[in-house]
Design a protein around this ligand. Structure first.
Ligand SMILES: [Fe+2]
Ligand SMILES: [Fe+2]
Length: 196
């Protein structure tokens, strides 16, 4: 498995300056969230540095990697292209960079949508990406503060916001996000299911 330093070097090499800056901010927030929640900080750093490593690959290349790695493709081809880059990043992390740790791979894979049964590390990378320090949508700072205060509650807020934005924009919401949101609300707040 590559080191955190090596993952940082790969991010720098493969990403534009702007996306590297985003990635570096995701790493900062992810490590802070890991520290506060008793999660291995190096795993958080590795997942953060690699989460967008496939984001600048051309669509053809993403498709090719997905087709060649069917078992690891997490139904990507039936889902919106926006989720492909995370899945491909997890494939590359495993096949090119030797990362076998399923927790790290999962966090990279589901960083755009969440999924059922999210681990702490899944939540950390999902939220560090959504609320990273350069994000400037109106709710960004409060979302960041909330997730730093409480990872579970902050993730529910983040998932809910993301679903609401997509719906408001007339976009399709990935099934994984709807499932994650309903499950986590149920687990955290109890009560009946949610109709969104
Ligand atoms: Fe991403
Ligand atoms: Fe990202």
């Amino acid at each position: 498995m590559i080191s955190v330093q090596e993952a940082k070097r790969l991010a720098k090499k493969n990403l534009s300056e702007k996306r590297y800056e985003h990635t570096s901010n995701v790493k900062k927030l992810a490590v802070e969230l890991a520290r506060r929640n008793g999660v291995d900080e190096d795993k958080a750093a590795l997942a953060a540095y690699l989460h967008d490593i496939a984001k600048e690959l051309p669509k053809d290349r993403l498709l090719q990697i997905l087709r060649e790695n069917d078992i690891m493709s997490d139904n990507a081809l039936q889902r919106a292209p926006a989720v492909w880059h995370g899945i491909v990043a997890a494939i590359l992390a495993k096949t090119e960079y030797g990362i076998e740790d399923e927790e790290i791979l999962s966090a990279i894979r589901c960083h755009t949508t969440g999924k059922l049964n999210m681990s702490k590390l899944d939540k950390i990378i999902y939220m560090a990406d959504m609320a990273s320090y350069e994000r400037n949508y109106p709710e960004a700072a409060s979302l960041r503060a909330h997730v730093l205060e409480n990872l579970d509650r902050g993730t529910i807020e983040g998932l809910g916001m993301s679903i609401a934005w997509l719906k408001a924009g007339g976009k399709n919401v990935d099934e994984y996000s709807l499932a994650a949101y309903a499950q986590q609300r149920q687990q955290y707040y109890g009560g009946a299911g949610v109709s969104f």
